[in-house]
Design a protein around this ligand. Structure first.
Ligand SMILES: NC(=O)C1=CN([C@@H]2O[C@H](COP(=O)(O)OP(=O)(O)OC[C@H]3O[C@@H](n4cnc5c(N)ncnc54)[C@H](OP(=O)(O)O)[C@@H]3O)[C@@H](O)[C@H]2O)C=CC1
Ligand SMILES: O=C1Nc2ccccc2C1=O
Length: 305
């Protein structure tokens, strides 16, 4: 789970490129089926510029775009890292709804057809809201579907997203054949624990935290205690505010997932490996960041704010 250069090492021994390009949020295609050529072109550009890690999900409805961009870019499959997520459903999506496929096993098989890929690198349960009543299988049984996907080579690694400690414990206590290697959560200097103590717990259990919404302090949190610190560090290092925030994420042992439609920003997201914040600067950001909460997505957890 250590960061070495531009990859993190996962607990199963595999590596994962240390910054990911997201195809959710601004690219999310709610119920719309036409191919988004802007996303295809932007993904090709991101790959050309050096992104090798793409974050997808069944609910984003962007599989066709990802598949098309991979083909157009000409990148070799083994040089690319693709993440997909099973749409388990939750209160922030369309309430009560979940994947139209029978289970996570069938859902990934359907995604692979749309991606036109033989396998993904990482497959996640998008949320923990899975129950026998709503899905016909519980969380532990859902995990077994993911393990089957590993065993059949349809994904290299499996993990979870938006899971709290008790959700992860449900899986760990079931004595899994394959452990979750990742928990993808909302994480930024202004939201250092999506749910209580999740980051420490994940680290102690060999689970890499992936951060979505890492730029929250500048996209939604301006006017807070971080502003002067980020301003001064960006001057010191000759980096943008976004680069300072992404570097902070990395230095806290977490993998940032970001996105942009703008070429300059996409390029800048890749230029976060040629400088380091000092431990004192990391602490300064963490301390100031913990004085304000910006929770953009995981509203179901706002009771913890
Ligand atoms: N597992 C989950 O439940 C979730 C997963 N995700 C994943 O994480 C990915 C990234 O999440 P996201 O919240 O978008 O990540 P970020 O916090 O990195 O925000 C990216 C957004 O910030 C904008 N931006 C970048 N720099 C600046 C700036 N300096 N000033 C103002 N705006 C700026 C970009 O817009 P522009 O195009 O204008 O540059 C883009 O829309 C998603 O695409 C998805 O793949 C996201 C949410 C939930
Ligand atoms: O990319 C995403 N945008 C979202 C908004 C709300 C809940 C989950 C998500 C995503 O995964």
């Amino acid at each position: 789970m250590s960061l070495s250069g531009k990859v993190f090492k996962l607990s199963n021994g595999l590596t994962i490129p240390a910054v990911s390009y997201g195809t959710g949020t601004k690219w999310f295609k709610f119920g719309q089926n036409e191919i988004d050529t802007t996303l295809v072109d932007t993904l090709v550009k991101a790959i050309d510029l050096g992104f090798t890690h793409i974050d997808g999900a069944e609910i984003y409805n962007t599989d066709l775009e990802i598949g098309e961009a991979i083909k157009k870019s000409g990148i070799k499959r083994e040089d690319l890292y693709v993440t997909d997520k099973y749409f388990a459903g939750d209160s922030t999506f369309t309430k009560g709804k979940h994947s139209k496929e029978a289970n996570p096993y069938e859902a990934l098989k359907a995604s692979l057809k749309r991606f036109k890929l033989d396998y993904v690198d990482l497959y996640l349960l998008h949320t923990p809201y899975i129950s026998k009543e709503s899905h016909g299988f519980d969380l532990v049984e859902a995990w077994k579907y993911l393990e089957q996907l590993v065993d059949e080579g349809l994904t290299k690694s499996i993990g979870v997203s938006n899971f709290s400690i008790s959700d992860i414990e449900t899986i760990l206590k079931s004595n899994p054949k394959h452990n979750p290697v990742v928990n993808q959560i909302e994480y930024s200097a202004y939201l250092q624990n999506q749910t209580p103590n999740i980051v420490k717990f994940a680290k102690e259990n060999g689970i890499l935290i992936e951060a979505y919404g890492p730029l929250g302090p500048i996209t939604k949190g301006k006017g807070g205690p971080l502003d002067p610190i980020i301003e001064s560090l960006s001057k010191k290092y000759g980096k943008t505010d976004g680069q300072i925030l992404l570097r902070w994420v990395l230095e806290t042992g977490v993998l940032p997932i970001t996105t942009s439609g703008k070429e300059e920003r996409i390029k800048s997201f890749l230029e976060i490996f040629d400088f380091e914040l000092t431990p004192e600067e990391v602490k300064e950001i963490s301390d100031a960041g913990s004085k304000k909460v910006v929770r953009q997505f995981s509203k179901e957890y706002s009771k913890y704010d």
